[in-house]
Design a binder for this molecule. Structure first.
Ligand SMILES: Cc1cc2nc3c(=O)[nH]c(=O)nc-3n(C[C@H](O)[C@H](O)[C@H](O)COP(=O)(O)O)c2cc1C
Length: 366
């Protein structure tokens, strides 16, 4: 994360946190009037994980005396920031920040932004929520019930600027008031809107392209993470992090993992009569890192116990499969190790550690 200063109306300095990869499509977060950019912190972090560049902006501190306060400086600030951005972002505005964004994007908004999301826009005396959104000329999502209610009587509810009239654009509308987890529900709506109105460029792998691109393509398949273990000929435990795990057959009970021929543990896993597959839960991210890193004593400080067949099983896993070597298939620079499950111990109430597009993830319920 880095901090940037934008130049607003009349030379005002506006702080913004920049998060994520600058090549990803941008989302500009605008807080409620009277709130700081911290209100969007969690949403910003989640958007970065979903492959978005996030600009989390603070509004100016002082917009003049509270009596007869004008929205105009805020509106001009936002238009100035949008003009300084390298690409057209989707603007997400919370509460009265939506008044600012709706006015800044009202007439020629499509030139400045790819879309607008109004979260809990207060209805002022100028008309209903739908009226406000209906005057915008860019794709707009209106979300109700997305933010925790704020009680701040010091902020006037009426501002003096009228909404410009534009040509009506497509408007989505959703109500999260009954959602049990409003943050997750808001994120779900946001991501769905972003996928539709701010799609990312498609990438392509062709035979002969660089392996990195293939890896990125494969990384679009979300997986869990396992630690594959066995006992070496000297009786010492070995193990490595692997997400190439797949269930294969119920009768007989078979599973597989793909192991790189170059892995230090490969000779032991090729030779072992038995091996273990430990599916990790959310608290075992450090374990995943340790079993993927070179030069680590992977089993030091790692609770484990031998299973019925002697294979090392890691304590606290979501599930530990104990397998008998069934077959081995050479496959390019990996080999496919098929195991017959002789025992599985599992604690299904635990949350899984997930892996997607090269990053750890956690499950969130839709
Ligand atoms: C999330 C993740 C998944 C991985 N999946 C595999 C896999 O399926 N097969 C594999 O051979 N290596 C995989 N690796 C890489 C190995 O864990 C890593 O190369 C490890 O250092 C090998 O250890 P070794 O050389 O001591 O056997 C993965 C690494 C990570 C971080």
């Amino acid at each position: 994360m880095s901090l940037t200063q934008y130049k607003g109306f009349g030379g005002a300095s506006l702080s913004a946190d920049m998060l994520g990869d600058e090549n990803d499509p941008a989302v500009l977060l605008v807080p409620d009037i009277g709130q700081r950019r911290a209100m969007w912190r969690d949403v910003g972090d989640a958007l970065v994980l979903s492959g978005r560049r996030v600009v989390n902006l603070d509004l100016r501190d002082d917009a003049g005396p509270a009596e007869g306060r004008s929205l105009a400086p805020y509106v001009e600030d936002l238009r100035a920031v949008l003009a300084q951005m390298g690409s057209r972002p989707v603007v997400v505005a919370g509460g009265r920040g939506g008044w600012i964004a709706a006015r800044a994007l009202g007439l020629d908004g499509a030139h400045l932004a790819a879309g607008l999301v109004l979260v809990d826009l207060p209805v002022d005396e100028q008309g209903s929520l739908d009226d406000v959104a209906a005057r915008l000329a860019l794709p707009t999502l209106v979300v109700r019930g997305g933010l925790a209610p704020v009680n701040d009587d010091t902020i006037p509810n009426a501002f003096d600027a009228a909404l410009p009239l534009g040509e009506t654009a497509h408007i989505d509308d959703c109500d999260l008031a009954l959602a049990s987890d409003r943050k997750e529900a808001l994120l779900g709506q946001l991501l769905e809107f972003l996928e539709r109105h701010q799609p990312r460029e498609a990438m392509e792998f062709k035979a002969g392209s660089d392996p990195r691109t293939l890896r990125d393509a494969m990384g679009c398949f979300a997986t869990g993470i396992t630690i594959v273990t066995a006992l070496g000929a000297d009786g010492a435990p070995v193990g490595l992090t692997a997400n190439s795990f797949t269930s294969v057959s119920l009768d007989p009970p078979l599973l597989l993992v793909c192991i790189a021929n170059s892995a230090g543990t490969a000779p032991t896993l090729r030779a072992a009569r038995h091996f273990g597959v430990n599916v990790l839960q959310i608290g075992q991210q450090p374990t995943s890192n340790r079993f993927a890193a070179k030069g680590e004593d992977r089993f030091a400080n790692q609770p484990w116990a031998p299973g019925q067949t002697g294979v090392p099983l890691l304590g606290g896993s979501l599930v530990s499969f104990e397998c008998q070597h069934e077959s081995l298939h050479e496959a390019g620079d990996h080999f496919i190790l098929v195991g017959r499950v002789v025992r599985a111990q599992f604690e299904p109430h635990r949350d899984p550690l997930l892996y997607f597009r090269g990053k750890y993830r956690r499950l969130h319920f839709a």
